[in-house]
Design a binder for this molecule. Structure first.
Ligand SMILES: Nc1ncnc2c1ncn2[C@@H]1O[C@H](COP(=O)(O)OP(=O)(O)OP(=O)(O)O)[C@@H](O)[C@H]1O
Length: 640
């Protein structure tokens, strides 16, 4: 750095549309140096990546990047060395714009990552992450097509690039599924995906898992990319000697950059021919220095000096001296969403059984719930202890005997029991209350009636001589019911059936005996319902709630699972580096999962309307619209 003057050139505002925002370094040592006006000769070297005073911490953990500054010139290879955990991946993820620094600045191609000027994330960068980050269900070809679509490559460019990479990286048949490849083959596919669009900035982290011969080829290819296309390469590697052909080596330790120099300078400075030994020596020295406050103070002041030199010598860029660059054209959201929709389609259709399952699950749930808990419970067993008949069975339980003519008030208990619907409540006689109670305890019946002796006479007297009736007669007209209330739904259903049966029976007796039938009715009168019918069954009540809950829940689960899976296998990160934004992922999912939601709606409504004949009393389109919105809401929530 000593023989360089750091210079930041400002854009000519008039020409800003046609210029890259690159900043430049002045190399005063170059043979082709020009006079820069202050007596020093200099060549302007465009800077691709500049990191200044970068600091980063994950949550409450220790500082991962500590006041780190580095400069990577355009059209060079920069090898980032350092032991495991020193912060290389963290630094690279900040450079490609998928993580943010806590403090400090990063500029890539003259702009902050994530800004329009830098074009990062986007097609300007090719990123090979530490993990393979591949869709295992995809073939090599499909993976290439997906990224080519994200970069808006033409079919011709894609074919050309694919054919070259398959040959150069010795990839297997492009139609082979990635899940069937070996670890080394997957690494090569991962590398191919980062190279497919010939990016200006190539970030490789790292190249382990690739055999030495191929690694040599890759380095040769990187050198030719730099020479022919002026590509900038940042590569992390644990093979120190491999970094020899690079233009600059940055050695990181504990989140700091302890050396940044060309391999030749390092070798000359340390008078050795082994980069490995130099790195070991520097790391050892750093370990000793770290406990020495004087050295640390010297380092801090050295960083401050470099920074202040940078500040003093930054000067404005004049258009007269500018290099004209083509304006950077980013892919549009429409192109990226189109690529994502295509990718989602392939993911979905790869497992057709699962897709079909997802489509019919809500309808199946509605069906099962309506069948299992939507119907009125039956049969429900009830016991009868009839003191009126001396504990014997009713002779007139036969429905035909209900039709007796005239005012016959004999054995009214049997007439009442005959009114109880035989399809829902089954009756069983018991000789005593104790036996019937034991049957309730044993779960054989849900409860039992006890008719007192002379119940028929007392009931008739109660009905005909109200007002003058004696307490004893009144008590003798009661039918006692002892119930098992452990199942609320069944006990309510039994109560309701018994009340209805009793009203019908009593009306019949009163009419036949010349009394006004209304006396049998409750003073509370239920008139025509506003909504529904007075015999609405449970499935009509439960099905709308069940449907919307399922329509929210299933798309939510399916989207969340695919999002988490995408994140876990690193493909989400890779897509983000290719320029995909969160809202674009959501939009693409709404488009693809939306189709599934529509089919789920069609199946579910068919079951409700045609199988169970449940009527929609309001607007059908509103009901369908709300259900669809719940499904799409589930898709959106699954991503949050
Ligand atoms: N998402 C995260 N949350 C918390 N800590 C993290 C996270 N990612 C990385 N770290 C921590 O930050 C430190 C630096 O990790 P990083 O992956 O940047 O190191 P590295 O130099 O790339 O290591 P390697 O060479 O093994 O890949 C490590 O201590 C790591 O445990």
């Amino acid at each position: 750095m000593d023989n360089k003057i750091v210079t930041l050139w400002e854009n000519d505002t008039n020409n800003s549309a046609t210029q890259d925002n690159l900043d430049y370094e002045m190399d005063t040592n170059s043979d082709s140096a020009q006079n820069n006006g202050n007596g020093k000769s200099a060549v302007r070297i465009p800077v691709a990546v500049r990191v200044q005073h970068a600091s980063k911490t994950y949550g409450a953990g220790p500082e991962v990047l500590k006041n780190l500054s580095m400069t990577i010139e355009k059209g060079t290879i920069y090898s980032l060395l350092g032991s495991s955990g020193c912060g290389k991946t963290t630094l690279l993820s900040c450079i490609v714009g998928i993580r943010k620094l806590d403090s400090g600045e990063i500029s890539v191609f003259g702009g902050e990552p994530g800004s329009r000027e830098s074009g990062i994330p986007g097609k300007r960068v090719g990123f090979m992450p530490q993990e393979n980050s591949l869709y295992n269900d995809f073939s090599i070809n499909e993976s290439m097509q997906y990224f080519a679509a994200l970069y808006d490559m033409s079919g011709h460019d894609l074919r050309e690039s694919r054919d070259f990479l398959v040959k150069f990286l010795d990839l297997p048949d492009p139609e082979r599924s990635i899940g069937t490849l070996s670890g080394g083959q997957k690494r090569r596919v991962s590398l191919a995906l980062s190279l497919i669009h010939s990016p200006e900035l190539l970030i490789l982290d790292p190249t382990v898992g690739i055999d030495p011969l191929l690694r040599e080829n890759i380095w040769n290819h990187l050198l030719s990319l730099v020479a022919k296309k002026n590509t900038t390469v940042i590569i992390t590697t644990h093979y120190t000697e491999e970094a020899r052909p690079s233009n600059k080596i940055g050695l990181m330790r504990g989140g700091r950059l302890i050396t940044e120099s060309s391999p030749q300078e390092l070798l000359a400075q340390h008078e050795t021919n082994s980069l490995e030994n130099i790195v070991l020596k520097l790391c050892k020295n750093d370990s000793m220095d770290i406990d020495n406050p004087h050295v640390q103070n010297r380092r801090i002041s050295a960083i401050a000096t470099i920074t202040s030199i940078g500040k003093i010598t930054y000067r404005k860029f004049s258009s007269a001296g500018s290099i004209q660059y083509k304006p950077y054209e980013s892919t549009t959201s429409f192109q990226r969403i189109k690529a994502l929709v295509g990718k989602n389609y392939v993911v979905m259709t790869r497992n057709l059984i699962l897709l079909l399952f997802m489509m019919i699950v809500p309808a199946t749930q509605v069906l099962v719930i309506c069948l299992a808990i939507g119907n009125d419970p039956k049969p429900m067993w009830m016991g009868v202890v009839n003191h009126e008949l001396n504990y014997t069975s009713c002779p007139i339980l036969d429905p035909a005997s209900k039709q007796g003519e005239g005012c016959d008030v004999e054995n009214l208990s049997c007439k009442f029991l005959a009114e109880i619907p035989t399809d829902t409540i089954y009756l069983r006689d018991y000789a005593t209350d104790e036996l019937a109670r034991d049957a309730v305890k044993a779960g054989k019946v849900w409860g039992f009636f006890t008719f007192p002796k002379n119940w028929s006479d007392n009931l008739y007297e109660r009905a005909s001589a109200a007002g003058t009736i004696e307490n004893e007669t009144l008590r003798g007209s009661y039918v006692k019911m002892e119930m098992d209330y452990s199942n609320k739904q069944i006990s309510y259903a039994i109560k309701s059936e018994i009340y209805d049966a009793f009203e019908i029976f009593l009306k019949d007796v009163l009419v036949k005996c010349g009394f006004y039938e209304g006396l049998a009715e409750s003073p509370i009168q239920y008139v025509d319902p506003v909504y529904g019918t007075d015999d609405t069954d449970f499935k009509e009540f439960i099905s709308p709630g069940v449907l919307v809950a399922i329509m929210l829940f299933f798309p939510l689960c399916s989207t969340a699972v695919s999002y988490i899976w995408d994140k876990k296998q690193g493909t989400l990160e890779r897509s983000m580096v290719a320029g995909v934004q969160s809202w674009e992922i959501m939009a693409s999912l709404l488009l693809t999962e939306g189709v599934v939601v529509v089919i789920q709606c069609i199946f579910s409504f068919s079951i409700i309307l045609y199988l169970f004949n449940i009527e929609i009393l309001g607007s059908t389109s509103l009901a369908v619209g709300i259900t669809l919105l719940m499904g799409l809401g589930g898709v959106s929530m699954g991503q949050c």
